[in-house]
Ligand binder design. Structure first.
Ligand SMILES: Cc1cc2nc3c(=O)[nH]c(=O)nc-3n(C[C@H](O)[C@H](O)[C@H](O)COP(=O)(O)OP(=O)(O)OC[C@H]3O[C@@H](n4cnc5c(N)ncnc54)[C@H](O)[C@@H]3O)c2cc1C
Length: 436
């Protein structure tokens, strides 16, 4: 799907509208007497911050309706940046109130109201922890899964406490109608995360897949081929990804995103994982017959009908690309494709042999770019940069879509270079494998 200003702006408008709705609701109808400016200002920040925190649950990349408008990368960046803004708004709320009138410290005084003091103190500490652990996960020595679990639970707790606090203070939420509207809005957002983590996996439990093939690949990677058991396999577009849970149940916290590597025309699906950490290092032990669960498809990193493909990929970033090429082969699609595939050496070039085969079958220009080439290598060497891209950009560059996937430095350089070289940003797609 092509990015579009219109769809993007629409979602952005909806976002800002939703973040202002609670404030609009409490400012409507009968409103209490005006207090000092800074007090009203702090209260407004609290409402906007709470709404933004709740909206974070919708911008986690799991909503299939929203994700394609922006792409998963952009959505997660947005989630992160808006999270920081919401954090500052919510934190500013008590700080300003207490600075203007130290009497507000009473909200944290256990001798006045124990439960209130405990919950508000917990929410404040949790908010700071959630922010710090997201920005500096490695410093906290948290595995991705542990971080994700804590992040989700704390976020739910903070929003729940925030809503309860607003209802309990009741200064502005002074009618049942206002309380109901704000509760439904905030509660609806909270439900989104409960739906993703509990309801969807529960619905998914009746749609298992079975491993029918396991293969070691170049570049310290393993491929698995899976078939649907007792249901129709997931329909997807090449370049998309799914969340994978191997063995046990669809509720495991070991749920990881992987791009489909199979042709969309195939009866089975396949995935290839480079060994990175605790989850991917178990792929070598996967056996034929093992069960797994898939949730998806997600992502908008997909070719566009009628456009030629210019693929810039590095290392394991080849996975969505191989799905595109396999699909094109099966569909006898004769569109032009340029694949620039960056690796240290050919031993790291996952799917090397198959790419050579595809090179004969497709209208493909295959360019291996090696940073540590073997003796006698006559191909391209070095890293992707502007000059390299300029050399290989097609003359009819406006007839292409540009798809970039690989290590962060490669992606940053390629994306900026393509834009500098005048390519239309709406046709430049990126897929980042490293989230936090
Ligand atoms: C859209 C997308 C598609 C991907 N496709 C592929 C693919 O086809 N092949 C491939 O080898 N890798 C792919 N990845 C990366 C893959 O998900 C991680 O390498 C894998 O989750 C690492 O898990 P680990 O426990 O082995 O390693 P860890 O050392 O725990 O993690 C390494 C890094 O992977 C990311 N990561 C870890 N766990 C998760 C998780 N549950 N959810 C999201 N990110 C996580 C984090 O950025 C982390 O820093 C993809 C990632 C994304 C976002």
């Amino acid at each position: 799907m092509r990015y579009s200003y219109r769809r993007g702006l629409l979602w952005l408008a909806i976002y800002f509208l939703f973040s202002l709705i609670p404030l609009a609701v409490v400012s409507s109808g009968h409103i209490p007497e005006y207090r000092a400016f800074w007090i009203e200002f702090a209260v407004a920040l609290g409402y906007i911050g709470l709404a933004m925190l709740a909206l974070q649950f919708l911008f986690t990349g799991r909503l299939q309706k929203i994700a394609p408008s922006y792409g998963m990368d952009n959505l997660l960046h947005f989630h992160k940046e808006m999270g920081i803004v919401a954090f500052l708004f919510v934190l500013a709320h008590p700080i300003i109130l207490i600075a203007v009138n130290p009497g507000f410290l009473a909200y944290f005084d256990p001798s006045i109201n124990l439960l209130r003091a405990v919950f508000l103190s917990f929410a404040s500490v949790a908010l700071i922890f959630i922010m710090a652990s997201s920005l500096w996960r490695a410093t906290f020595n948290l595995s991705y899964e542990t971080w994700r679990l804590i992040h989700g639970l704390l976020a739910l707790a903070i929003v729940f406490i925030g809503l309860s606090h607003a209802l309990q203070v009741g200064h502005y939420l002074n009618t049942f109608g206002k309380q109901a509207v704000v509760s439904v809005l905030i509660g609806g957002c909270m439900y989104a995360v409960i739906h993703t983590r509990l309801v969807r996996p529960w619905l998914n439990r009746k749609k298992p897949y079975r491993v029918v093939g396991v293969k070691e690949e170049r570049g310290d990677a393993w491929s698995i081929e899976v078939e649907a058991v007792g249901h129709k396999k997931m329909q997807y577009q090449c370049g998309q990804f799914a969340w994978l849970t191997i063995h046990d149940s669809p509720f495991s916290i070991q749920q990881h995103p992987f791009s489909m590597t199979s042709s969309t025309e195939s009866d089975t699906l396949s995935f290839t994982a480079k060994v990175m950490g605790d989850f991917t290092s178990t792929w070598k032990d996967i056996k034929i017959g093992d069960r797994l669960f898939l949730e998806g498809p997600f992502g908008s990193f997909t070719p566009i009908a009628g456009k030629n493909l210019f693929l810039i990929m590095g290392g394991i970033g080849i996975t969505p690309g191989i799905s595109m090429l396999r699909t094109m082969r099966d569909k006898k699609d004769k569109r032009k494709v340029t694949l620039i595939y960056g690796n240290e050496n050919l031993e790291e070039a996952t799917f090397y042999e198959e790419l050579e085969e595809l090179n004969k079958e497709l209208n493909l220009q295959l360019l291996h770019l090696l940073t540590d080439p073997p003796k006698g290598w006559e191909g391209e060497t070095g890293k992707i940069d502007r000059e390299f891209l300029e050399k290989y950009l097609p003359e009819d560059s406006e007839n292409y879509i540009y798809l970039i996937c690989g290590p962060d430095p490669l992606m940053d350089i390629a994306e900026i270079a393509l834009k500098d070289l005048g390519m239309d940003w709406r046709y430049i797609y990126t897929e980042r494998f490293k989230i936090v």
